[in-house]
Design a protein around this ligand. Structure first.
Ligand code: AMP
Ligand code: GLY
Length: 422
C-alpha cells in the first residue's frame, strides 16, 4: 500500500516514520515534508499546493494511494478530507464541518455550552466597541482570543483593561490576524496545570491515546511567549486514571455525541487542551488533529500499527481494534531557531553527530535537504525524542540527543518534563 501524508512538521515526520515500519506499506509520500522525511527509508517528499484539491486527487490516483493522513489544521478546516472522501480516496481526518471545533473559537465555545462541556466563561464579539464595553465586566487577568486559525498566536493573556484594549485594537483595527480576527472571544483566565488529551475518534467510537503534556511557553519554568510547543512527554502523571475517566465522561463522549447530533460525526485525531486543577478540569480548546510536539513522544511509544488504526477508524471497525503501547516513558525536546516564536533565523547549516541507539529518534521539523546538506527552514527545527524506563531516563536520553545537533542560533528549553518528575 502507498500512503500520502500532508504536512511538513515534526508531527508529520513522526507519522511517516511510524507508517514506514509496516511491511505492507510500500511507499510513503509526504507533501511537502522536510529533510527528515526525505532521508527516511521508503519515504519521498512531493510538493503539491494543498489548496488545489484536484491536484492532490490526481496524485492519489496516479500513485495508487490507499490512505491519506492530514497532519495540520488548515487543510482540514479547508475541507480537504470531504473532497478526497467524496472521490473515494480513504482519508484520515475530520470533515470541514467537524474541523470547526478548531477553526472557530466561537463555534467551539458555543458547542461546549450547548453540550454541557466544562469550559471557561466567555463572550464572543464582532466589533471593537462592544468588546471594549465588556471589559468593565470581567476580572483580570482576562484572555482575548482571535476566533479563527492564527498559528497558535491568537491567544493573548491580558493583565489589565489597558492591555486588553491594546489586544482588541490589534485584532479588530490593525487586523493582526487578518480574517481570523473578524470575531473575538473574551474569556475567563483559568489557573492550573495543562495537559493534552488526544484520541482517535470514528463516529461513535473513541480510542484514547496515551496521555501527554506539552510545554507551550518559550522559556524554562513556563515563562515568556507562547509557542506551538517546546517539548512534550508521555505519560503525564497529572492525568491519573481517575482523571482520564472524567475527561472521557465530561469532554470526549459529549463532544463525540454532540457532533453526531449536529450531523457531522467525527473522524480523526481529536485533541482536547485541558486545564486541570484540584481534580477538576476545563477545556481550553479543541484541536482537530494530532498535537505537535505531542505526536513525537506518543508515537515513539506506539507498538501497534498506526496505518491499521487509521484504516480501522475510516472503515468504522474500531470496535475490533486493539492498540498496544510500550510501558516505557518518553520525552521529546524541541530545538528551535534564534528568535522563535517571533521572527526567526533560517538557512543555517545543521551538523548532526548521531549515535544510532535504540529508543532514540531525532524528528525533523523546519528543515530542508539541499546539496547533501540539512538546512534550517523553520522556527521549530527538530524534536529530539527518547524512550526510557522512567521519565528521568527518557529526559536524559532526549537531552543527549539534543547535544548531537548543532546549528547557529539553536536553543531549547532545559526543563522538558519537569512537572512530571516533580
Ligand atoms: P489555545 O490556542 O486556546 O489552546 O490557547 C493557547 C494557550 O493559551 C493555552 O495552551 C494556554 O496556555 C493559554 N490559554 C488559553 N486559554 C486560556 C485561559 N482561559 N486561561 C488561561 N490560559 C489560557
Ligand atoms: N502542541 C500544541 C498543538 O499542537 O497545538
Amino acid at each position: 500500500m502507498n500512503i500520502l501524508i500532508i504536512g511538513s512538521g515534526g508531527r508529520e515526520h513522526a507519522i511517516a516514520w511510524k507508517c514506514a515500519q509496516d511491511d505492507f506499506v510500500k511507499r510513503i509520500y509526504v507533501c511537502p515534508g522536510n529533510a527528515g522525511t526525505y532521508l527516511e527509508d521508503k519515504v519521498s517528499n512531493i510538493v503539491i499546493d494543498t489548496k488545489k484539491f484536484n491536484l492532490i486527487e490526481d496524485f492519489c490516483v496516479k500513485e495508487q494511494i490507499g490512505l491519506v493522513i492530514i497532519g495540520p489544521e488548515q487543510p482540514l478546516v479547508d475541507g480537504l478530507t470531504d473532497y478526497l472522501q467524496n472521490k473515494g480516496i480513504k482519508t484520515f481526518g475530520p470533515s470541514k464541518s467537524a474541523a470547526q471545533l478548531e477553526g472557530s473559537k466561537t463555534f467551539s465555545k458555543d458547542f461546549f455550552v450547548k453540550y454541557d462541556i466544562p469550559t471557561a466563561e466567555y463572550k464572543s464579539f464582532e466589533d471593537f466597541n462592544s468588546s471594549v464595553n465588556y471589559l468593565d465586566e470581567v476580572s483580570y487577568p482576562t484572555v482575548v482570543k482571535a476566533d479563527g486559525l492564527a498559528a497558535g498566536k491568537g491567544v493573548i493573556i491580558c493583565e489589565n483593561k489597558e492591555s486588553a484594549i491594546k489586544a482588541l485594537n490589534s485584532i479588530f483595527n490593525d487586523k493582526a490576524f487578518g480574517k481570523a480576527g473578524s470575531r473575538v472571544v473574551i474569556e475567563e483566565f483559568l489557573e492550573g496545570e495543562e495537559a493534552s488529551f488526544i484520541a482517535v475518534v470514528s463516529k461513535d467510537k473513541i480510542i484514547p491515546l496515551v496521555t501527554s503534556q506539552d510545554h507551550k511557553a518559550v522559556g524554562d519554568g513556563d515563562v515568556g511567549l507562547n509557542t506551538g510547543g517546546m517539548g512534550a512527554y508521555s505519560p503525564a502523571p497529572i492525568v491519573t486514571e481517575e482523571m482520564q475517566k472524567k475527561i472521557l465522561e465530561k469532554v470526549m463522549y459529549p463532544t463525540m455525541n454532540g457532533l453526531i447530533n449536529e450531523g457531522f460525526p467525527y473522524l480523526g485525531f481529536l485533541y482536547a487542551g485541558l486545564m486541570i486543577k484540584d481534580g477538576d478540569l476545563k477545556v481550553l480548546e479543541f484541536n482537530c488533529r494530532f498535537g505537535d510536539p505531542e505526536t513525537q513522544p506518543i508515537l515513539i511509544r506506539l507498538k501497534s500499527s498506526l496505518v491499521e488504526l487509521c484504516l480501522a477508524a475510516i472503515d468504522d471497525k474500531l470496535n475490533s481494534y486493539s492498540i498496544n503501547w510500550s510501558e516505557k516513558h518518553s520525552c521529546g525536546v524541541v530545538i528551535a531557531s534564534k528568535g522563535y516564536p517571533e521572527s526567526y533565523d533560517i538557512d543555517k547549516e545543521v551538523k548532526i553527530k548521531l549515535n544510532e541507539e535504540n529508543d532514540l529518534k531525532l524528528f525533523h521539523a523546519g528543515t530542508r535537504y539541499e546539496d547533501d546538506k540539512i538546512i534550517t527552514s523553520g522556527g521549530r527545527v527538530f524534536c529530539a525524542t527518547a524512550l526510557g524506563n522512567d521519565l528521568k531516563e527518557a529526559q536524559e536520553k532526549a537531552y543527549n540527543l539534543v547535544n548531537s545537533v548543532d546549528f547557529e542560533g539553536s536553543f531549547f528549553r532545559k526543563d522538558i518534563g519537569f512537572k512530571g518528575i516533580k
